[in-house]
Design a protein around this ligand. Structure first.
Ligand code: ADP
Ligand code: MG
Length: 696
């Protein structure tokens, strides 16, 4: 099936082939390292390390730290019965310490720690009732064993049921199978940066010499990060190269249709909207395919920009389609587009999973015959076999739900079709590069005039009751509120429980004015509840985070987010963006746990200080690092295991430039380096990009 080079085989074996990973622990490992293959374990990098070279006198030994101590054994107080500890008293002249064993074997202890002997012990220093102690030392030896005991051990992120020892054992096993691969890095660049070979880098990654080995600036970490980023950039560039080759069309339009829509608008376009439209017009008039990303905050007015782009191709007799990530959003587009399209006298259909049977067949027929000039639908639309008469433009309104490859393959549906992606979450420039490659980007960085600022308040959870009182008063005056419940671990079930508990509480006070929406409901049920909220039958809508990001209820003017500290800033920003759309003053309450740390507080303060999504996104990246920026894996952003976008932004730019150079010289990756680069792509499981190479 895959053409993966055979030398990579050992890395793609199941983790159960590793020492200490059995059928029981395998799922835990898989969860921990994010995959079930040997390479996934190898990419699980240490986050800390234990330095047993730290060897203080007892009087200086800090609480809670791992240390190696040299002490004389004074006394054995053996456990009087099972379940009680055995206590060994020891001293080094500056202080005393108790070595504690639970269920220890008497003979073993007498032999290991004989009274009067000097022993070397390594373990964690703790205090219990004023007495320094070490419970179950990790290592015991004589003074001459110092070299063997004073080791450095990498420490890994863990999950319940897996110890650091088990991770180390698995990784040691994995390191034993490392193949020597042909170098894919440019020799001069590698030398300049003093990067080791790949296999050497993997070894050192898991055997850091000192603290600096954990730093993203370490040559080993840099090299491995660069490998990952280069694979990412190369893969995106290959897909895009392939797409660009399919010739686009130079559309000839004079804007007659667009004018009809503009005439119906009760507002003028913002300068930012006009700039985006100018970018689009230029792309569409050129003979190359358009692959453009429109970035703009929630409410910045992307929809009308898409509608105008559609008019360009419709004037030329072609069709346009817009797909939304969810049913609700598709229906919402139907409402807003419908108005405009009717005004311009354009026929359209909406197709979602809900259209079945004969009705569906009719819709499909209209799409095929070209009778439907505009098609509005969910992304499912593009996953099945739908035939267009002549699809000129595909607009993907993604709200971050599509993965990179999924997104790109959606646009493969029709050769030469122009593609416009609209994304609601502003992302930092560096991240744009990882998620969209070198797609052209237009930013709508200006909100329509007249938007009132949202009054954002931070609130410890003890004050929730007072807040509810305030909300009650607002509701009486006609307010409507979203109430978002916390993200509990990654479990939808637990999320739901938290939301249900809150729902019950609010229900007691507000009765039938409270509604609950969550991801487990059927699409029709969700619609019904959203509809009730939009009509005002429901005044407080309790929701898990799954509620649909783009839904527009202008009357909603209160947003409550519980345990706000658990969300990414960008996520908070998106949620907040759902209020502040109407005439009334809007509020956003960010409820946090009382014992919040400094950074966490600072993050939430940013939310209070600005409503600019671009600034928030940059800050989020700064404070949290790229991997977590959007909070969840379903965000459609690639997650990196070795690279840390916040720290390796420079490498990303280098990888992009390197990619350009590589593909200019060796588009098919056939040179010696090119072949090695293919191996790199397989190593990072970018097999899809390689199929594009073959497709030519
Ligand atoms: P989003 O970028 O989140 O998709 P929408 O396109 O849904 O935003 O626009 C949000 C609201 O702002 C809509 O009601 C839309 O009609 C309105 N709108 C769009 N552009 C402007 C503008 N230039 N001036 C005033 N209102 C606008
Ligand atoms: Mg939108």
């Amino acid at each position: 099936m895959s053409n993966r080079p055979f030398e990579l085989d050992p890395l793609f074996r199941a983790i159960t082939t590793l020492p200490g990973v059995g059928p029981k622990t395998a799922p835990l490992f898989e969860k921990l390292v994010g995959g079930g293959k040997v390479i996934d374990v190898l990419h699980h990098k240490p986050i800390d390390f234990i330095d047993r070279r730290f060897s203080p006198k007892l009087k200086d030994a800090p609480d809670g730290k791992i240390a190696t101590i040299e002490v004389r054994i004074e006394k054995h107080s053996l456990a009087p019965r099972r379940g009680l500890p055995t206590r060994i008293s020891a001293t080094d002249g500056t202080g005393s310490i108790d070595i504690i064993f639970f269920s220890a074997n008497k003979d073993w202890i007498t032999k290991q720690l004989p009274i009067g002997e000097i022993c070397l012990l390594s373990g964690k220093i703790e205090h219990y009732q004023g007495q320094m102690q070490m419970v179950h030392p990790d290592m015991i030896g004589a003074p001459e064993d110092r070299a063997a005991i004073e080791t450095i051990e990498p420490v890994y992120g863990l999950t319940a049921g897996i110890t650091n020892k088990a991770v180390r054992k698995a990784i040691q096993g994995a390191l034993g199978t490392l193949p020597k691969l042909h170098e894919w890095q440019d020799a001069a660049y590698k030398k300049k940066n003093q990067w080791p070979d790949w296999h050497k880098a993997m070894e050192i990654l898991h055997d850091p010499e000192d603290e600096s080995g954990l730093s993203p600036a370490h040559p080993v970490r840099q090299r491995l990060a660069y490998d990952e980023l280069l694979a990412n950039q190369l893969s995106l560039a290959l897909v895009r190269l392939h797409q660009k080759k399919q010739n686009g069309r130079a559309w000839k339009f004079d804007g007659k249709l667009r004018q009809k829509i503009l005439d119906t608008l009760p507002f003028d376009l913002t300068d930012a909207q006009k700039r985006s439209i100018a970018d689009i017009d230029e792309d569409m008039q050129a003979p190359l395919r358009m692959l453009r990303l429109i970035q703009g905050d929630v409410g910045s007015g992307k929809t009308i920009v898409a509608a105008i782009a559609m008019m360009n191709v419709i004037e030329c007799g072609a069709q346009a389609a817009i797909m939304a990530p969810t049913e609700i959003l598709a229906r919402q587009h139907e409402a807003s587009f419908g108005e405009w399209l009717d005004a311009a006298g354009i026929s359209y259909v909406t197709l979602t999973g809900r259209n079945k049977g004969k009705e569906r067949e009719n819709i499909l027929e209209e799409i095929k015959s070209g009778e439907a000039q505009v098609v509005i639908g969910t992304h499912a639309l593009f996953q099945e076999t739908i035939e267009f008469k002549d699809l000129g433009l595909a607009v993907i309104d993604e709200q971050h739900r599509f993965g990179v490859h999924q997104r790109l393959s959606l646009s493969q549906k029709s050769k030469g079709t122009d593609v416009l992606v609209m994304t609601a979450t502003p992302i930092p420039r560096t991240l744009t590069l990882t998620a969209y490659g070198d797609m052209e980007v237009s930013r709508i960085d200006e909100k329509p005039p007249g938007r009132k600022p949202i009054d954002t308040r931070l609130l410890p959870k003890e004050k929730v009751e007072t807040m509810i009182d305030a909300i009650a008063r607002q509701i009486e005056k006609g307010a409507r509120a979203y109430w978002v419940c916390p993200l509990v671990e990654d479990s939808e079930v637990l999320d739901l429980q938290a939301a249900e508990a809150r729902y019950d509480i609010l229900r007691e006070r507000f009765g039938a004015q409270v509604g609950l929406i969550h991801g487990r409901l059927k699409a029709a049920e969700k619609d019904e509840i959203m509809g009730a909220f939009a009509r005002g039958d429901i005044k407080i809508l309790v929701a898990t985070t799954v509620i649909e990001v783009g839904v527009n209820v202008p009357e909603a003017n209160i947003m409550v987010i519980e345990q706000a500290e658990r969300f990414g800033l960008s996520q908070l920003h998106q949620l907040r963006g759902r209020v502040g759309r109407g005439a009334a003053k809007s509020f956003c309450f960010l409820v946090y746990a009382a014992d919040l740390g400094q950074t966490a507080k600072e993050r939430l303060r940013i939310m209070r200080e600005t409503e600019d999504g671009f600034i928030i996104a940059e800050k989020d990246l700064e404070l949290r690092g790229g991997g977590e920026i959007l909070g969840t894996r379903q965000s459609g952003m690639p997650t990196f295991k070795l690279a840390d976008i916040a720290a390796h932004g420079g490498l990303l730019i280098a990888a992009r430039d390197d990619t350009k150079l590589i593909l200019n010289q060796d588009e098919k990756l056939e040179s010696t380096r090119g072949i090695a680069l293919k191996t790199l792509l397989y190593l990072f499981e970018q097999d899809q990009a390689i199929t594009r190479l073959r497709a030519g």
